[in-house]
Ligand binder design. Structure first.
Ligand SMILES: *[C@@H]1O[C@H](CO)[C@@H](O)[C@H](O)[C@H]1NC(C)=O
Ligand SMILES: *[C@@H]1O[C@H](CO)[C@@H](O)[C@H](O)[C@H]1NC(C)=O
Ligand SMILES: *[C@@H]1O[C@H](CO)[C@@H](O)[C@H](O)[C@H]1NC(C)=O
Length: 646
């Protein structure tokens, strides 16, 4: 029987209004009962409609959570995830909230820590309700305490990726309008690099350290230590409601520098429900090894854990070799993954005790079918809950059946409330196909198309903070009717004849490597700052045995210049995080453009980096020699045989 399958709404799904929901709810209770009876009575129905039970279970779950969210929308005063945390503190103060590097922090301790942080911020930084504060912090319990402290003051937090530097850092931090930056002690150097510009922009920097000799940086740890841990008044956040901004989370969804997606309290709630629908209970132990600055780690992992009132095992960084030892040591029952996590775990040497652990659910996205099968056969029967959604998007899917490879199902109720479609996409021109009337054309079933979600009240697209142009770029008009408005996900998907949804690819201007999105134009901006490079066309190429795509750039050189390997290397290493650096450079006499003056990438991506097939000079970023070196057959072979690790 499929009826017991637990499942998953996308958080977008959740914003249903009760007037619609309640009658629907009754109808579905009835329909599900009928479906259940049919399935019991008629095995024939089951063979004909094998997914009926799962579809209904999914709809029911979604509706239940939709009703809860509707309740939160109405209740006065507003009940936020922070209130949920405070309730957890009251109901189980001595339960462990976070395990980190051998130390256990209870719910009560977390509450007190965050009271101190809030008081120190209030006194020292003179924060007012609603003032955003940018956090430049690694995966540490402090990250959570500071965020909780800010929430207690009614202030949104902007979660900066701690790998970014220089221009990207300045940009990230200015686009959310934050005038204060809270920095982890070990990231002091990165901030000092841009301190003069920060000062010019009137931004104050607070370092989580007891001492600091740099002019223009204030310390915060000493003030936190001295502050009282008495609870703070609720009045401090009296104006926060479900539509207020809770967080800014950065994404490289399309082109350009990172963009700050505005995450409302409604979104926080919806995302935190994902654990609940995946069947996580109050007795589970949740392992977070993904960065807290992304929505997966922060919203689905940490906020979800607060919603469930459970214990988190937090890791500074993912470690494949430590993974199962941690799971055994802390009795972990739920893990989070991205495609790379699964692959790294499968690449570890086999051990006898691999199935000896309590992990029963894995929540994440991007696992490939082959890796998934291998993962299961090595590490035992773990239920994988694969989901597709974007931080800022207005549409998503969840894998709620046992269909290998699918990210979800087309479900009529889902589609009724959150209209979406796949439209034909011209890969060469990198734009949707339009007919004679100027409208887009829906892709046929089985055909790959661009996923677009209609922007409605129920599925809004809030956009990016301080970036009208990028927000506009994600909007697509005149899709099926003149004057309609859709959110462009930038993702290519396919629906099969049984209504399963498959993720196919991402369009041109970003690629993923080591679990991070890389915006090609950002990398191109940095490359063209190297003195010998005139123009750069950046893309990702596939490497056998790796998830995602590794960075490569086709460049043209300035008149009369040779490629300056060392200068380009320095440029790339100084300004880009490791995962975004182009590992291969291809020197071309000129770059091919499309009719609309966009650089052509498709052919370059297909041609890859094999020197046997390419006559243009190729270079390889050699981290040991600390420069770009000519890409020889030997190097190519060493990469293929994994003697050279990428
Ligand atoms: C894990 O579970 C075992 C047995 O149930 C228990 O003895 C042990 O204390 C648990 N470990 C932790 C860190 O909670
Ligand atoms: C969907 O879930 C099923 C069962 O958990 C799993 O076998 C399948 O591989 C999943 N699909 C993906 C793409 O993860
Ligand atoms: C590249 O060259 C190799 C070996 O010469 C060959 O096997 C391969 O098919 C070529 N690939 C392309 C895309 O031309």
């Amino acid at each position: 029987m499929h009826l017991t399958v637990t499942f998953m709404p996308l958080y977008v799904y959740l914003s249903l209004y009760s007037c619609v929901l309640l009658p629907l709810w009754n109808m579905y209770v009835f329909l599900t009962a009928v479906a259940g009876l049919l399935l019991l009575a008629l095995p024939l129905v089951q063979t004909r409609f094998p997914y009926l039970g799962q579809d209904f279970a999914y709809i029911l779950r979604s509706i239940k959570l939709g009703i809860r969210l509707t309740k939160y929308k109405k209740v006065q005063p507003f009940y936020s995830i922070l209130d949920c945390f405070l309730d957890a503190v009251r109901s189980h103060p001595s339960k462990v909230f976070v395990h980190f590097e051998g130390r256990a922090h209870t719910y009560e301790e977390a509450d007190k820590h965050s009271n101190r942080v809030a008081r120190a911020l209030q006194a020292e930084v003179r924060l007012q309700e609603g003032d955003p504060v940018a956090l430049f912090l690694p995966n540490e319990p402090t990250f959570i305490w500071v965020w909780l402290g800010l929430a207690k003051l009614g202030c949104p937090a902007a979660l900066l990726n701690f790998n970014i530097r220089s221009k990207s850092l300045l940009h990230c931090f200015s686009c959310c309008g934050a005038k204060r930056l809270c920095v982890f002690a070990e990231l002091q150097d990165a901030v000092e690099e841009v301190l003069p510009t920060l000062k010019e922009q009137g931004i104050s920097v607070y370092l989580l350290s007891e001492t600091c000799s740099t002019q223009g940086i204030s310390t915060l740890s000493d003030k936190i230590r001295q502050a009282s841990d008495e609870p703070l008044s609720r009045d401090l956040r009296a104006n926060v409601n479900i539509k207020s901004t809770a967080l800014y989370i950065y994404t490289s969804g399309t082109t350009g520098l990172p963009k700050a997606a505005i995450v409302s309290h409604e979104r926080v709630w919806a995302a935190s429900f994902i654990q609940a629908v995946c069947g996580v209970t109050e007795n589970d132990i949740f392992y977070i090894n993904l960065p807290l600055y992304h929505s997966a780690g922060f919203l689905i992992g940490m906020a979800g854990a607060i919603e469930r009132g459970i214990t988190i095992i937090l890791r500074r960084k993912f470690s494949a070799s430590q993974f199962w030892d941690d799971c055994r040591k802390y009795n972990v029952t739920v893990m989070q993954y991205i495609g790379e996590t699964m692959r790294y775990l499968c690449n570890t040497p086999k051990k006898d005790n691999e199935k000896d652990h309590k992990v029963r659910v894995a929540i994440g996205n991007g696992v490939r079918t082959d890796i998934w099968s291998e993962f299961l056969s090595r590490f035992g029967d773990i239920k994988v809950r694969e989901l597709y959604a974007a931080t800022e998007g207005n549409i998503g899917f969840i894998n709620y059946t046992s269909k290998i490879g699918a990210v979800g199902r087309v479900n009529f109720v889902h589609r009724f409330f959150f209209p979406y479609t796949l439209i034909k996409f011209d890969i060469e021109k990198e734009e949707p196909v339009r007919n004679a009337d100027g409208l887009c054309v829906e892709a046929a079933r089985g055909e790959t198309g661009l996923l677009v979600g209609r922007v409605t009240q129920r599925s809004p697209f809030i956009g990016y903070a301080g970036n009208k142009q990028q927000t506009e770029k994600k909007r697509l008009r005149d899709v099926l009717k003149k004057g309609d408005l859709y959110f462009n996900t930038g993702d290519l998907l396919r629906f099969d004849s049984e209504n399963f949804v498959y993720f196919q690819d991402r369009v041109g201007d970003t690629f993923r490597w080591k679990g991070e999105n890389v915006a090609t134009s950002e990398v191109a901006d940095i490359l063209t700052m190297a003195h010998s490079i005139l123009e750069a066309n950046v893309y990702g190429v596939k490497v056998e045995g790796h998830e995602g795509r590794i960075g490569m750039a086709a460049v043209t050189l300035k008149e009369g210049e040779d490629f300056d390997c060392l200068d380009a290397y320095k440029q790339v290493v100084n300004y880009l995080p490791a995962y975004a650096r182009p590992r291969f450079i291809r020197i071309q006499p000129c770059l091919e453009m499309t009719g609309t003056f966009k650089m052509k990438k498709v052919k370059l991506v297909e041609e890859g980096f094999n020197p046997a097939n390419i006559t243009d000079p190729l270079y390889f970023l050699d981290p040991e020699k600390k420069t770009y070196v000519p890409l020889t057959e030997e190097i190519y072979k060493a990469i293929a045989s994994r003697e050279i690790k990428l």
